[in-house]
Write a protein that binds this ligand. Structure first.
Ligand code: 5GP
Ligand code: MN
Length: 327
Protein backbone atom coordinates (compact mmCIF):
# COMPACT_ATOMS: atom_id res chain seq x y z
CA UNK A 1 0.00 0.00 0.00
CA UNK A 2 1.57 3.30 -1.08
CA UNK A 3 1.01 6.50 0.87
CA UNK A 4 -0.83 7.91 -2.16
CA UNK A 5 -3.32 5.04 -2.23
CA UNK A 6 -3.94 5.34 1.51
CA UNK A 7 -4.87 9.04 1.00
CA UNK A 8 -7.31 7.96 -1.71
CA UNK A 9 -8.76 5.29 0.59
CA UNK A 10 -9.09 7.83 3.41
CA UNK A 11 -10.94 10.24 1.11
CA UNK A 12 -13.25 7.37 0.09
CA UNK A 13 -13.78 6.46 3.76
CA UNK A 14 -14.90 10.00 4.56
CA UNK A 15 -17.17 10.07 1.49
CA UNK A 16 -18.77 6.67 2.19
CA UNK A 17 -19.65 7.22 5.86
CA UNK A 18 -21.99 9.80 7.36
CA UNK A 19 -21.95 9.99 11.18
CA UNK A 20 -18.44 10.26 12.58
CA UNK A 21 -16.91 9.95 16.01
CA UNK A 22 -13.61 11.87 16.00
CA UNK A 23 -11.08 11.10 18.74
CA UNK A 24 -7.43 11.71 19.64
CA UNK A 25 -5.03 10.79 22.45
CA UNK A 26 -5.37 11.20 26.21
CA UNK A 27 -3.87 14.38 27.73
CA UNK A 28 -4.36 16.07 24.37
CA UNK A 29 -1.70 18.46 23.10
CA UNK A 30 -1.92 21.16 20.42
CA UNK A 31 -1.66 18.74 17.50
CA UNK A 32 -4.22 16.32 18.99
CA UNK A 33 -6.89 19.01 19.45
CA UNK A 34 -6.04 20.82 16.19
CA UNK A 35 -6.28 17.58 14.20
CA UNK A 36 -9.60 16.70 15.84
CA UNK A 37 -10.99 20.16 15.04
CA UNK A 38 -9.52 20.27 11.50
CA UNK A 39 -11.43 17.05 10.72
CA UNK A 40 -14.62 18.69 12.03
CA UNK A 41 -14.32 21.50 9.44
CA UNK A 42 -13.70 18.97 6.67
CA UNK A 43 -16.76 16.96 7.73
CA UNK A 44 -18.85 20.16 7.85
CA UNK A 45 -17.81 20.97 4.28
CA UNK A 46 -18.76 17.41 3.26
CA UNK A 47 -22.21 17.73 4.92
CA UNK A 48 -21.50 14.96 7.43
CA UNK A 49 -22.47 14.85 11.09
CA UNK A 50 -19.90 14.30 13.80
CA UNK A 51 -19.07 14.29 17.51
CA UNK A 52 -15.60 15.34 18.67
CA UNK A 53 -14.46 13.54 21.84
CA UNK A 54 -11.45 13.07 24.08
CA UNK A 55 -10.91 10.96 27.18
CA UNK A 56 -9.57 14.05 28.98
CA UNK A 57 -10.57 17.69 29.39
CA UNK A 58 -9.01 20.04 26.80
CA UNK A 59 -6.42 22.28 28.53
CA UNK A 60 -7.62 25.90 28.81
CA UNK A 61 -4.72 27.14 26.74
CA UNK A 62 -5.95 25.16 23.71
CA UNK A 63 -9.33 26.92 23.69
CA UNK A 64 -7.90 29.25 20.99
CA UNK A 65 -8.23 26.33 18.54
CA UNK A 66 -11.40 26.82 16.45
CA UNK A 67 -14.13 24.35 17.50
CA UNK A 68 -12.14 23.24 20.59
CA UNK A 69 -15.31 23.93 22.60
CA UNK A 70 -17.03 21.15 20.62
CA UNK A 71 -14.60 18.50 21.93
CA UNK A 72 -16.53 16.73 24.69
CA UNK A 73 -15.07 14.55 27.42
CA UNK A 74 -15.74 10.90 26.53
CA UNK A 75 -18.85 9.40 28.00
CA UNK A 76 -20.28 5.94 27.23
CA UNK A 77 -23.62 7.54 26.34
CA UNK A 78 -22.10 8.90 23.11
CA UNK A 79 -22.15 5.39 21.64
CA UNK A 80 -25.73 4.61 22.67
CA UNK A 81 -27.32 8.00 22.03
CA UNK A 82 -25.73 8.72 18.67
CA UNK A 83 -25.71 6.22 15.80
CA UNK A 84 -22.14 6.63 14.49
CA UNK A 85 -21.12 4.63 11.45
CA UNK A 86 -17.38 5.41 11.55
CA UNK A 87 -14.50 6.63 13.71
CA UNK A 88 -11.65 8.94 12.75
CA UNK A 89 -8.68 8.69 15.14
CA UNK A 90 -6.03 11.40 14.82
CA UNK A 91 -2.49 11.71 16.30
CA UNK A 92 -3.11 8.44 18.14
CA UNK A 93 -0.28 5.89 17.78
CA UNK A 94 -2.24 2.95 19.16
CA UNK A 95 -5.70 2.18 20.50
CA UNK A 96 -4.57 2.46 24.12
CA UNK A 97 -3.62 6.09 23.51
CA UNK A 98 -7.34 6.90 23.18
CA UNK A 99 -7.68 5.97 26.84
CA UNK A 100 -9.85 3.25 28.32
CA UNK A 101 -12.73 4.31 26.03
CA UNK A 102 -11.01 2.45 23.16
CA UNK A 103 -12.69 -0.71 24.53
CA UNK A 104 -16.12 0.68 23.62
CA UNK A 105 -15.02 1.94 20.20
CA UNK A 106 -12.46 -0.32 18.53
CA UNK A 107 -13.90 -3.42 16.90
CA UNK A 108 -17.39 -1.90 16.91
CA UNK A 109 -17.00 0.57 14.01
CA UNK A 110 -14.66 1.03 11.02
CA UNK A 111 -11.73 3.32 11.91
CA UNK A 112 -9.73 5.77 9.84
CA UNK A 113 -6.34 6.14 11.58
CA UNK A 114 -4.42 9.32 10.65
CA UNK A 115 -1.09 9.72 12.44
CA UNK A 116 2.56 10.73 12.18
CA UNK A 117 4.09 8.58 14.95
CA UNK A 118 6.57 5.99 13.61
CA UNK A 119 5.42 3.65 16.41
CA UNK A 120 1.83 3.60 15.05
CA UNK A 121 0.66 -0.03 14.85
CA UNK A 122 -1.87 0.48 11.98
CA UNK A 123 -4.93 -0.40 14.10
CA UNK A 124 -7.33 1.28 11.64
CA UNK A 125 -9.52 -0.18 8.91
CA UNK A 126 -7.85 2.48 6.76
CA UNK A 127 -4.49 3.92 7.87
CA UNK A 128 -2.51 6.98 6.82
CA UNK A 129 0.71 6.79 8.82
CA UNK A 130 3.26 9.31 7.72
CA UNK A 131 6.25 9.58 10.10
CA UNK A 132 7.91 12.24 7.92
CA UNK A 133 5.04 14.64 8.67
CA UNK A 134 5.90 17.15 11.40
CA UNK A 135 2.36 17.02 12.79
CA UNK A 136 -0.82 15.07 12.16
CA UNK A 137 -2.29 18.32 10.84
CA UNK A 138 0.37 18.26 8.08
CA UNK A 139 -1.16 14.95 6.89
CA UNK A 140 -4.64 16.49 7.06
CA UNK A 141 -3.34 19.39 4.93
CA UNK A 142 -2.34 16.86 2.24
CA UNK A 143 -5.68 15.09 2.61
CA UNK A 144 -7.42 18.41 1.87
CA UNK A 145 -5.75 18.36 -1.55
CA UNK A 146 -6.89 14.81 -2.27
CA UNK A 147 -10.51 15.54 -1.24
CA UNK A 148 -10.40 18.96 -3.01
CA UNK A 149 -12.27 20.96 -0.39
CA UNK A 150 -12.25 24.78 -0.23
CA UNK A 151 -10.03 26.33 2.44
CA UNK A 152 -11.56 28.44 5.20
CA UNK A 153 -9.82 30.39 7.97
CA UNK A 154 -10.81 28.18 10.97
CA UNK A 155 -9.65 25.01 9.18
CA UNK A 156 -6.39 26.72 8.14
CA UNK A 157 -5.93 27.83 11.77
CA UNK A 158 -6.29 24.27 13.05
CA UNK A 159 -3.68 22.99 10.58
CA UNK A 160 -1.35 25.86 11.49
CA UNK A 161 -1.62 25.32 15.26
CA UNK A 162 -0.77 21.62 14.92
CA UNK A 163 2.37 22.57 12.99
CA UNK A 164 3.25 25.41 15.37
CA UNK A 165 2.98 23.29 18.53
CA UNK A 166 4.50 20.00 17.26
CA UNK A 167 7.55 21.84 15.83
CA UNK A 168 8.00 23.84 19.06
CA UNK A 169 7.42 27.09 17.15
CA UNK A 170 9.17 25.95 13.94
CA UNK A 171 12.39 25.09 15.80
CA UNK A 172 12.58 21.28 16.18
CA UNK A 173 14.28 18.91 13.71
CA UNK A 174 10.89 18.19 12.08
CA UNK A 175 10.75 21.78 10.71
CA UNK A 176 11.17 21.01 7.00
CA UNK A 177 10.93 23.18 3.90
CA UNK A 178 7.50 21.65 3.35
CA UNK A 179 6.39 22.73 6.85
CA UNK A 180 7.45 26.30 6.07
CA UNK A 181 5.68 26.21 2.68
CA UNK A 182 2.45 25.01 4.30
CA UNK A 183 2.77 27.63 7.07
CA UNK A 184 3.34 30.32 4.43
CA UNK A 185 0.22 29.23 2.53
CA UNK A 186 -1.87 29.18 5.71
CA UNK A 187 -0.64 32.61 6.86
CA UNK A 188 -1.54 33.97 3.42
CA UNK A 189 -5.12 32.84 4.15
CA UNK A 190 -5.24 35.32 7.06
CA UNK A 191 -3.81 33.60 10.17
CA UNK A 192 -2.41 35.94 12.83
CA UNK A 193 0.83 33.99 13.42
CA UNK A 194 2.03 36.29 16.20
CA UNK A 195 -1.22 35.93 18.14
CA UNK A 196 -1.03 32.12 18.20
CA UNK A 197 2.71 32.05 19.02
CA UNK A 198 2.03 34.36 21.94
CA UNK A 199 -1.08 32.49 23.16
CA UNK A 200 0.33 28.97 22.81
CA UNK A 201 4.10 29.22 23.26
CA UNK A 202 4.97 32.40 25.13
CA UNK A 203 2.20 33.06 27.63
CA UNK A 204 2.31 31.24 30.98
CA UNK A 205 -0.37 30.95 33.62
CA UNK A 206 0.49 31.83 37.20
CA UNK A 207 0.31 28.12 38.15
CA UNK A 208 2.70 27.28 35.32
CA UNK A 209 5.39 29.68 36.53
CA UNK A 210 4.94 28.47 40.13
CA UNK A 211 5.32 24.87 38.95
CA UNK A 212 8.41 25.85 36.93
CA UNK A 213 9.99 27.39 40.04
CA UNK A 214 9.36 24.18 41.94
CA UNK A 215 10.41 21.87 39.07
CA UNK A 216 13.80 23.58 38.82
CA UNK A 217 14.55 22.59 42.42
CA UNK A 218 14.29 18.91 41.37
CA UNK A 219 16.52 19.25 38.28
CA UNK A 220 19.31 16.62 38.44
CA UNK A 221 22.09 15.55 36.05
CA UNK A 222 24.34 12.51 35.74
CA UNK A 223 28.00 13.28 36.49
CA UNK A 224 28.95 13.29 32.80
CA UNK A 225 26.08 15.68 32.03
CA UNK A 226 24.53 13.47 29.33
CA UNK A 227 21.29 12.74 31.19
CA UNK A 228 19.09 15.26 32.99
CA UNK A 229 15.71 14.88 34.70
CA UNK A 230 12.92 16.64 36.58
CA UNK A 231 10.28 15.10 38.84
CA UNK A 232 6.79 16.34 39.64
CA UNK A 233 4.77 14.60 42.32
CA UNK A 234 1.04 14.81 43.01
CA UNK A 235 1.71 16.86 46.14
CA UNK A 236 3.92 19.32 44.18
CA UNK A 237 0.93 20.03 41.98
CA UNK A 238 -1.50 20.69 44.80
CA UNK A 239 1.15 22.85 46.52
CA UNK A 240 1.12 25.32 43.61
CA UNK A 241 -2.49 24.67 42.54
CA UNK A 242 -1.40 23.43 39.10
CA UNK A 243 -2.52 20.56 36.87
CA UNK A 244 -0.35 18.15 34.87
CA UNK A 245 -1.07 20.11 31.69
CA UNK A 246 0.87 22.99 33.31
CA UNK A 247 3.99 20.79 33.09
CA UNK A 248 3.98 20.91 29.27
CA UNK A 249 7.43 21.99 28.08
CA UNK A 250 9.25 21.45 31.40
CA UNK A 251 11.22 18.52 29.95
CA UNK A 252 12.87 21.03 27.59
CA UNK A 253 14.73 22.56 30.54
CA UNK A 254 17.20 19.67 30.98
CA UNK A 255 17.08 18.94 27.23
CA UNK A 256 18.32 22.44 26.42
CA UNK A 257 21.40 22.19 28.64
CA UNK A 258 24.72 21.89 26.81
CA UNK A 259 25.99 18.27 26.75
CA UNK A 260 22.62 16.68 27.57
CA UNK A 261 21.72 13.80 25.25
CA UNK A 262 18.49 12.66 26.92
CA UNK A 263 16.09 14.49 29.23
CA UNK A 264 13.28 12.95 31.27
CA UNK A 265 10.28 14.41 33.08
CA UNK A 266 8.73 12.08 35.67
CA UNK A 267 5.11 12.85 36.51
CA UNK A 268 3.50 11.01 39.39
CA UNK A 269 -0.14 10.67 38.29
CA UNK A 270 -0.83 8.18 41.07
CA UNK A 271 1.10 6.12 43.64
CA UNK A 272 1.58 3.40 41.01
CA UNK A 273 1.17 5.44 37.85
CA UNK A 274 4.21 7.33 36.57
CA UNK A 275 4.08 9.14 33.23
CA UNK A 276 7.45 9.80 31.61
CA UNK A 277 8.20 12.38 28.93
CA UNK A 278 11.46 11.74 27.07
CA UNK A 279 13.42 14.11 24.85
CA UNK A 280 16.62 13.56 22.87
CA UNK A 281 19.01 16.06 21.39
CA UNK A 282 19.30 14.06 18.20
CA UNK A 283 21.61 11.08 18.67
CA UNK A 284 19.75 8.87 21.14
CA UNK A 285 16.43 7.33 20.03
CA UNK A 286 13.99 7.98 22.89
CA UNK A 287 11.13 6.17 21.05
CA UNK A 288 13.19 3.02 21.72
CA UNK A 289 13.24 3.81 25.45
CA UNK A 290 9.51 4.62 25.49
CA UNK A 291 8.63 1.45 23.53
CA UNK A 292 10.62 -0.64 26.04
CA UNK A 293 8.22 0.63 28.74
CA UNK A 294 5.12 0.07 26.59
CA UNK A 295 4.84 3.61 25.22
CA UNK A 296 5.97 5.18 21.98
CA UNK A 297 6.52 8.41 20.08
CA UNK A 298 9.22 9.88 17.87
CA UNK A 299 13.03 9.57 17.90
CA UNK A 300 13.41 12.95 19.64
CA UNK A 301 10.20 13.05 21.70
CA UNK A 302 8.44 10.08 23.25
CA UNK A 303 6.58 8.97 26.35
CA UNK A 304 5.19 6.07 28.34
CA UNK A 305 3.29 5.26 31.53
CA UNK A 306 4.78 2.91 34.12
CA UNK A 307 2.67 1.18 36.73
CA UNK A 308 5.11 1.17 39.61
CA UNK A 309 6.33 3.49 42.36
CA UNK A 310 8.08 6.76 41.56
CA UNK A 311 11.31 5.44 43.10
CA UNK A 312 11.34 2.24 41.00
CA UNK A 313 10.30 4.07 37.81
CA UNK A 314 13.09 6.60 38.32
CA UNK A 315 15.74 3.89 38.77
CA UNK A 316 14.68 1.70 35.83
CA UNK A 317 14.01 4.52 33.37
CA UNK A 318 17.31 6.31 34.08
CA UNK A 319 19.17 2.99 33.72
CA UNK A 320 17.56 2.35 30.31
CA UNK A 321 18.38 5.93 29.23
CA UNK A 322 22.06 5.42 30.15
CA UNK A 323 22.15 2.21 28.07
CA UNK A 324 20.67 3.95 25.03
CA UNK A 325 22.97 6.99 25.41
CA UNK A 326 26.00 4.67 25.46
CA UNK A 327 25.02 2.84 22.24
P1 5GP B 1 4.87 14.09 25.66
O1 5GP B 1 6.13 13.78 26.35
O2 5GP B 1 4.83 15.51 25.19
O3 5GP B 1 3.65 13.65 26.41
O4 5GP B 1 4.87 13.20 24.34
C1 5GP B 1 5.92 13.21 23.42
C2 5GP B 1 5.58 12.34 22.23
O5 5GP B 1 5.46 10.99 22.62
C3 5GP B 1 4.25 12.68 21.58
O6 5GP B 1 4.39 12.50 20.20
C4 5GP B 1 3.29 11.70 22.18
O7 5GP B 1 2.22 11.45 21.33
C5 5GP B 1 4.17 10.47 22.39
N1 5GP B 1 3.76 9.74 23.59
C6 5GP B 1 3.75 10.23 24.86
N2 5GP B 1 3.32 9.30 25.72
C7 5GP B 1 3.05 8.19 24.99
C8 5GP B 1 2.55 6.87 25.33
O8 5GP B 1 2.28 6.53 26.48
N3 5GP B 1 2.41 6.01 24.27
C9 5GP B 1 2.70 6.36 22.99
N4 5GP B 1 2.51 5.45 22.02
N5 5GP B 1 3.17 7.57 22.65
C10 5GP B 1 3.34 8.48 23.64
MN1 MN C 1 1.41 15.10 16.89
Amino acid sequence: MTLHSSFKEAAQFMTDHHHFLVISHVNPDGDAVSSTCAISYMLQAMNKTYQLVNQDVIPNKLSVIPNADQVKVWNEDFMTLQPFDAVIAVDCADQMRMGSCHEQIIGKLPVLNIDHHPTNDAYGTVNIICPSAASTTEIIYDLMDVISLEWNLPLATCIYIGLLTDTGGFRYANTTAKVMQIASHLISLGIDAHYFAQALLEQMTFSQIQLLKHALTTLTFDDDGSLGWITITKSDLSLVNASFSDSEGLVNLPRNVEGVEVAVLFKQYGDDEIKISLRSNGKADVAEIASYFGGGGHKNAAGATLHTSLEKATLTVLEKCRQVIQK
